[in-house]
Design a protein around this ligand. Sequence first.
Ligand code: SAH
Ligand code: SF4
Length: 369
Amino acid sequence: MKFAPTRAPLTGETLASLSARLREHGEPAYRAKQILDWLYKKRARAWDDMTNLPKRLRTWLAETFDLLPLSLVHGKQSLDVTDKLLLELGDQSLIETVIIRAPQDGVGLEHSRKTICISTQVGCAMGCKFCASGLMGLKRDLNAGEIVAQLLQVCYREDARTPRARAELASFDNIVVMGMGEPLANYPAISTALEIINADWGLGFGARRITLSTSGLVPNILKLADNPIGVRLAVSLHGATDEVRTQIMPVNKAYPLAKLLPAVKTFSEKHGRMVTLEFILIEDVNDSLDQARKLRDIARDLHAHVNLIPYNTVHGLEWKRPSLARQQKFVEVLREGRVSATLRREKGHDIDAACGQLRLQTEKERASF
Ligand code: SAH
Ligand code: SF4
């Protein structure tokens, strides 16, 4: 389903598209750069902040564009330093953006590694059996402006934390496209958003520090491999054989491992970068040592890094995470096979950080009014 806002979000415009709109309106194209500078560099929050633009231009801009297509409903800070922003879009849909601050040993929080996790759809159509976003199905795609605006909201939140200096987005270490939704099922919007996030006239964030996670839409993995913006790729594998993967990820029927793995290899060869394989550990579903050995072989062949994620409980689902001992055994099989592997300690577990859960809970509360 498409949402057609009455005014286009300014955060969805590229320098080229905004210049063209201005030219059509009889304005010099250089105004586009000035406007985007106000938005991304000087962080203007209102049209009238853009003081070097003539008043009549500001009036036209206000009629034509939405400065920010989403607003903050609330931010929820967890004990282990995950900061979760619940955002409302123009049609009252809810999405979430998460800031993860991982403290480094022995230094204060201000030196922590900071990651931003953004959403690309409202809900998700892929229907993975363990995922809160999959439970509700797809409501709609986000447009490019709504994807980019999540990062501006994060900047505003950081600005408020550091009142004297404007916080640079560059002070974040990574952006991960791993929130709600399947980014490669919304390719045109994510591709435009990546251009805006990466460009000097936009947010200026380095492509190598952006990771996009997909459940495995093969044709668009190949498209992404040819995209001039060279982001990193993470693949949600979650099963090392078709039998196990199909059980929990319906996408595996259309794109089984025999199609998925060669596409991942193509991506990794084009980019000369290690791809990450994500593997949620779910008790008695995919945590056998046989799965570990098969995963080890796949990772070796792809020269991929493996990120093991203990399953995060989703309200209403039966699955369980394996015991710590079981998790350890699994990771040892990989490491003994000289595969680089991390076992993630879940950040934000105490505030339902798994994908889509905060939104699910709020939607339920709204429905019960
Ligand atoms: N749709 C994309 C990106 C968003 S999901 C994808 O599937 O890759 C981001 C990550 O969260 C995926 O690796 C997904 O498998 C994981 N995830 C979803 N539900 C989870 C849960 N209950 N516990 C732990 N990780 C989960
Ligand atoms: Fe969608 Fe990713 Fe959740 Fe699967 S894991 S339902 S692809 S958001």
